[in-house]
Design a protein around this ligand. Structure first.
Ligand SMILES: Nc1ncnc2c1ncn2[C@@H]1O[C@H](COP(=O)(O)OP(=O)(O)O)[C@@H](O)[C@H]1O
Ligand SMILES: N[C@@H](CC(=O)OP(=O)(O)O)C(=O)O
Length: 256
């Protein structure tokens, strides 16, 4: 996969401008109350850098705009392309909602369409392979806004049809955006305070890792991070910090 250059040059006009990629999953985006914690992190990180904020659809099954709720409105008889288009509404709505709330808080924010977000894939609608990435839409938005909110999990094919990166794929989007922007780090916020030896929701006393190698993270087979995210981060030397949205505790670093 390549990062597409615009007019023969990488369009990062102000290379000294600090940039960070943050990702918030469906459990963090679920309600107005949970999003207050999301906004608090955005305010803190915005002091240090301009931000690309990657979001998943709000909540889980039965929440009105969660991915599985949207899928339940469809039919397996629909073409995969139509199913992808249906679920993409969840990420789009989540990004627009957070953007509106950030604006209400006086934060300079915008959202981008999936086309502007610049992840171009093949036509494998439910598990798309990324073909190339074009950072020009995000970079243009960052010239004007402090925070650019983008939906995760979604890409676009060369005929401008929506594709998806596989269930749980917003983590993968986060490292793709980091790489697209030439960054070596992404922060992934979730509803637990890092990566543990066992699922902390099942095992209250589970020990948290301060640090995990990419290989150990993959071997853990937890659902905290999508495998595609970890493999891409390993292959492109991108460190991931997994942190709790609802706590000030230190999280877990994943690296080589
Ligand atoms: N070893 C583990 N360490 C931390 N969390 C784990 C682990 N195994 C499973 N989990 C689960 O992963 C969940 C986070 O992933 P996910 O539900 O996809 O969150 P998000 O909404 O942030 O994408 C946690 O709520 C936790 O229950
Ligand atoms: N909303 C998509 C993508 C995703 O990654 O969601 P989450 O970050 O909430 O696991 C899904 O449910 O598959």
């Amino acid at each position: 996969m390549e990062v597409k250059e615009k007019n023969g040059r990488f369009m990062r006009t102000d290379a000294s401008m600090p940039l960070q990629v943050l990702k918030f999953g469906g459990t963090s985006m679920r309600t107005r109350t949970t999003r207050k914690a999301v906004i608090a992190h955005i305010k803190t990180q915005r002091e240090k850098a301009k931000l690309v904020v990657v979001v998943s659809a709000m909540g889980r099954f039965r929440d009105p705009y969660a991915t599985d709720t949207l899928l339940s409105l469809g039919s397996l008889k629909m073409r995969k392309k139509e199913q992808a288009s249906l679920v993409s509404i969840g990420e789009q709505l989540s990004a627009l909602t957070l953007c509106a709330e950030l604006l209400e808080e006086g934060i300079s924010a915008c959202t981008l369409s999936f086309l502007e977000a610049g992840i171009i894939s093949d036509q494998h609608y439910d598990y798309a392979q990324v073909k190339y990435m074009d950072p020009s839409g995000i970079l243009k938005a960052l010239e004007q806004f402090d925070v650019v909110v983008v939906g995760g999990f979604i890409a676009i094919d060369e005929e401008m049809e929506v594709t998806t990166l596989g269930r749980g794929g917003s983590d993968y989007s986060a490292v793709l955006f980091a790489d697209m922007l030439g960054l070596k780090e992404a922060i992934i916020y979730t509803d637990v305070n890092g990566v543990y030896v066992e699922d902390p929701k099942q095992q209250k006393n589970a020990r948290k890792y301060e640090y995990l190698s990419y290989g150990s993270m993959l071997a853990l087979h937890s659902r905290v991070l999508h495998d595609r995210c970890v493999v891409y981060a390993r292959d492109h030397h991108i460190r991931i910090y997994v942190k709790g949205t609802f706590s000030k505790e230190e999280g877990t670093w994943i690296g080589s």
